[in-house]
Design a protein around this ligand. Structure first.
Ligand SMILES: [Zn+2]
Length: 415
């Protein structure tokens, strides 16, 4: 397999007690992919070697009639088939690994044809875990609703740009949604005229508005207008007098207000939750973003293989109190992994606590601390990729064990 991102698809199917794994192996061998059963072939090739030493292999040493691993000639696909028993059920588990979505889809459709409606997406264990989590994580948090706001969807994409988002964050922390003069946007926030036009006209991140200002004392009127003409029309029939200095001369000023919803998304760090949610959705079909569980908000929960992962996003500092509440949530949900994504540095004391928790090995805490969204993305995807690779390696652990047993057998005979 090449180093391209590894994709996995998992399925399971209830089968009758008398089901033999060879039935499906044979049809996959005959399919257009001409899949090669690794364990079967390995046995043959090892037999050949052994025969040279006049050793006759006991059949059941390598062959497990309830397990087979198949691969394609081009090595771009590996498939694991296992028959498990969860009395009274017999379950055929299937995992397909590939770096090609196309091959993955084709194999899936071959398998689906064979098992028609009985084939279920995900592993048997995942199905049970999904049922459990569906029950626990029913309530969507108020923030969750904002993450799926139709109006905001195109804007979320824009604020993933770190430079732009940090500027908007500066506006948000200084002004909130109050009007800002163009001069401030240009000089203090270093926004160019083009950027301002883009932010106001193209996408409504910042709304352009007009108001009246006293020419003498610069006192601004609190009333906002969509256009200059509306103010002029209104002043045709009335006269202006400054409420502070009573001056009668005014000017119409162009001002800018941060979109109210975007202000909330940025000031409360919801953009990060949305960003991470997108990364999760690319790689996991079982996920529960922004839920309320026992009165606490949980940013995200998802399944990585059969393991439950809980994710906490912080656009501010992640402190010791955050760590403790997160550990309680993880324990209540029985999560195996905890991912902390924070745009600030985690304090050394908190890091020491995390190390301590990790040494216990009950669950693992992974920290991603960076204010660059590309780095967050890479590190997050690395975690998921490592999980896939681990899953793939785990398929062969038993095989290693078999080879070891086998190696001993050979030595014994030679002595
Ligand atoms: Zn005045």
């Amino acid at each position: 397999m090449t180093s391209n991102a590894l994709l996995v698809s998992r399925h399971h199917c209830l089968v009758p007690e008398k089901f033999k794994i060879r039935q499906i192996v044979e049809s996959l061998k005959k399919s257009k992919f001409k899949l090669i059963p690794l364990l079967e072939v390995t046995e043959e090739s090892i037999k050949k070697v052994l025969n040279q030493f006049s050793i006759i292999l006991a059949r059941n040493i390598i062959q497990d009639k309830n397990h087979e691993i198949l691969y394609t000639q081009e090595f771009n696909l590996l498939m694991d088939l296992k028959l498990n028993e969860d009395f009274p059920n017999y379950i055929l588990e299937m995992k397909i690994f590939s770096n090609s979505q196309e091959s993955l889809n084709s194999i899936q459709s071959i398998v689906k044809q064979k098992f028609s409606k009985r084939l279920i997406d995900g592993t048997y264990q995942q199905k049970n875990e999904i049922e459990r989590l569906n029950n626990l994580l029913k309530i969507v948090s108020p923030n969750g609703k904002l993450l799926y706001d139709e109006e905001l969807l195109p804007l979320y994409q824009l604020i993933n740009d770190d430079k732009l988002r940090l500027r908007l964050k500066k506006i948000s922390s200084t002004f909130g949604v109050a009007p800002i003069h163009i001069g401030y946007l240009k000089s203090r926030l270093k926004l160019s005229k083009e950027e301002i036009i883009k932010l106001t006209s193209d996408n409504n991140l910042i709304a352009k508005k007009f108001h009246i200002e006293c020419q003498s004392c610069q006192f601004p009127s609190e009333f906002m207008f969509e256009t200059k003409e509306k103010i002029e029309g209104m002043l045709k029939n009335s006269s202006y007098s400054c409420p502070i200095c009573k001056n009668k001369k005014y000017k119409i000023d162009e001002v800018f207000c941060l979109n109210e919803k975007i202000e909330k998304v940025i000031s409360q760090g919801l953009w990060l939750e949305k960003f991470v949610d997108r990364l999760i959705k690319e790689r996991s079909t079982a996920n529960w973003p922004n839920r309320v569980f026992e009165g606490n908000e949980i940013d995200n929960v998802f399944l990585s293989n059969n393991d439950t992962v809980i994710v906490e996003c912080k656009d501010t500092s992640f402190g010791i109190y955050d760590l403790h509440t997160l550990m309680i949530k993880a324990e209540d949900l029985n999560a195996k992994y905890i991912i902390i994504v924070t745009t600030n540095k985690i304090h050394e004391n908190v890091k020491k606590q995390i190390e301590k928790f990790n040494e216990k090995r009950e669950r693992q805490i992974i920290t991603i601390e960076n204010n660059n969204s590309n780095v967050i993305k890479t590190q997050f995807n690395n975690f998921i990729q490592n999980q896939f690779n681990k899953e793939l390696n785990d398929l062969f652990i038993k095989e290693d064990y078999r080879y070891r047993r086998f190696g001993r057998l050979r030595l014994k005979r030679r002595m």
